[in-house]
Write a protein that binds this ligand. Structure first.
Ligand code: ARG
Length: 561
């Protein structure tokens, strides 16, 4: 099975050597997806200087060595020296057929299979999940699904924040509000209001503040009544997360909880071990590790604080305990942390210290799968108009509401309409999240993510519905179709040959009309505007087929995360 990009790279390397001499065979041909062909090779621009020739000249010479390939339909020099490459239809068809013929769709199994802890979602108890948690949840869940499909053992770790001094304040507030009312408020997702009210009291009322401090001590000492109250607080917020997970179709369950509190009992020992190994030292009364290579602005070594001078432990200590536990007790050989990019330095330091301690070895990898920021149009962290952070559930509701708006005239049955709006709205949100590089931020724009054209969830859903409608009209079960795959529409709509096999008339008709237009009737969806063409635009179907062929090959070579 061949990844088109790889096949083209090999082809271009040969052409480079033939055109300019063997010394050029390992120049990177810079193959990229193209808007105007399937791919483009940008190497001529980079080589022009080295060869002291005009880029277009270099491109033309290179192109002349490509014309006879059985991989390529057309080779065109365009712009300042790009080489546009269009693959042969029969090559794509053969690759697609080969994938389809394989029960695993040509995705190879992981060999050897690994035990991989994937730390994701990780909201904080009694704090509202924000839009950043939406992303870590969706991306993390996709990572887990991919790994499981590959045959790895994925251990989901929802490292929720359920421990720390703020719980004294929250528990005292819970007692004052009354358990029942607090339960209702939290399970309904009124988490910010609860948290803010608790903090306001803490600031305004010294006796409340004092009780809160005592409550933390009681919590840490394992006082049964305090633990019971703390558990209700957690259960209430858990209900809220779970309702969000269910709506998003995320696979996390309570069995995947890996809360900060779980590591509480290990913190003292982790500190002792790090100190005994000389990895951590006392500095200004606090126990700190100073992993090499990390310095602050003033050039002074940067500490990872393990135990504060008052004896308290923090976020970093818990992460040190977690990494040791995941390696030693869970026997993981790969750790993936799907967490916001703003925590990059924290994880780099945690990994460095774990390496110094000998927990992380060359056989075990630890990766921070950094997630870029979701922003509003102002490119700042996405917030509501009021400036407050947006409740995740409101965001989901808004996506679904907007989707309903888009489809409202198309379905009379309110139940069906609601069902479709939920699928389209949530699909749009998830697709928008997954279709951008995980590290780049993106602007949350409902209009764009819900658009029926372009690279959106609704467009994919629409394309699927359209294909299924063709089958339905033809009276054919999609799974029952066999036979060779042929591509009969070329990218520019320059006509396609008829397939040799015979198709039912209705299917033929549907396909004939479908060329570069899009079916109007039956689906109730608008036709797509005709493609903008400079040279020629690649159809979305063709691009996604290529993507499919390429990505399964990428999975095989381990480049699909
Ligand atoms: N609860 C943290 C937050 O909301 C994320 C935890 C990520 N995982 C970890 N092992 N530190 O920012």
């Amino acid at each position: 099975m061949t990844d088109p990009q790889q096949a083209l790279t090999t082809l271009l390397s040969g052409a480079l050597a033939a055109a300019f001499g063997p010394g050029y065979a390992d120049a990177d041909p810079v193959i990229r997806p193209s808007q105007f062909a399937d791919y483009q090779a940008n190497v001529a621009l980079a080589l022009a200087r080295r060869l002291n020739r005009a880029p277009r000249d270099v491109a033309a010479e290179l192109a002349s060595h490509l014309v006879d390939s059985d991989l390529l339909e057309t080779v065109e020099v365009s712009g300042p020296g790009f080489i546009n490459l269009t693959l042969r239809d029969d090559w794509i068809a053969a690759e697609a057929a080969r994938q389809l013929g394989d029960p695993r769709l040509d995705v190879p199994a992981a060999d050897p299979a690994q035990r991989i802890v994937v730390d994701y979602s990780a909201p904080n108890v009694a704090r509202e999940m924000h839009v950043g948690h939406l992303r870590t949840t969706i991306v993390g869940d996709s990572v887990v699904r991919v790994l499981e499909y590959l045959g790895d053992v994925a251990i989901r770790a929802n490292h929720i924040g359920d421990w720390g001094t703020q719980f004294g304040i929250l528990l005292e507030h819970l007692l004052e509000v009354g358990e029942e009312q607090a339960n209702d408020q939290l399970a309904a997702g009124e988490i910010n209001a609860f948290y803010q009210a608790a903090n306001a009291k803490f600031k305004a009322d010294p006796s409340f503040a004092e009780r809160s401090r005592l409550r933390v001590v009681a919590l840490q000492a394992g006082d049964p009544e305090t633990l019971r109250l703390w558990t209700t607080l957690i259960n209430d917020t858990k209900k809220y997360y779970n309702s969000i997970y269910a709506r998003l179709g995320v696979t996390l369950t309570d069995a995947d909880l890996d809360p900060e509190s779980f590591y509480n009992a290990m913190l003292a020992d982790v500190c002792d071990e790090l100190q005994a190994k000389g990895v951590a030292v006392i500095s200004d009364g606090a126990l700190c590790a100073f992993p090499p290579g990390f310095t602050g602005r003033d050039g002074a070594p940067l500490p990872l604080i393990l135990r504060k001078s008052d004896g308290g432990y923090g976020y970093a200590t818990t992460d040190m305990a977690a990494i040791r536990y995941r390696i030693r007790d869970l026997h993981a050989n790969r750790l993936i942390y799907v967490v916001g990019a703003e925590q990059a330095q924290h994880f780099a330091m945690v990994f460095a210290v774990a390496r110094q301690a000998g927990w992380l070895t060359d056989e075990i990898s630890a990766e921070h799968a950094a997630i870029g920021l979701v922003t509003g149009a102002d490119r700042k962290r996405f917030r509501a108009r009021s400036g407050r952070s947006v409740k995740l559930i409101d965001l989901i509701d808004q996506a679904v509401g907007r989707a309903e708006e888009v489809i409202k005239d198309r379905y009379d049955d309110p139940e069906l309409r609601a069902q479709i709006a939920e699928a389209v709205g949530i699909g749009a949100l998830k697709y928008a999240d997954l279709s951008v590089d995980r590290e780049s931020g993106y602007v949350l724009d409902f209009d764009r993510m819900l658009a029926l054209t372009g690279n959106t969830g609704p467009y994919l859903q629409y394309a699927t519905a359209r294909i299924r409608s063709i089958f339905r009209r033809a009276g054919i079960e999609p799974g029952s179709v066999t036979g060779p795959i042929r591509l009969t529409e070329t990218a520019g709509g320059s006509g396609g040959s008829s397939p040799r096999g015979s198709l039912p008339a209705s299917l033929k008709q549907a396909r004939g009309r479908g060329k570069r237009r899009y079916m109007r009737s039956g689906t109730g969806m608008p036709s797509r505007p005709s493609p903008v063409s400079r040279t020629r635009r690649v159809s979305a179907e063709r691009a996604s087929l290529l993507w499919r062929v390429g990505s399964s090959a990428a999975c095989r070579t381990g480049h699909c995360s």
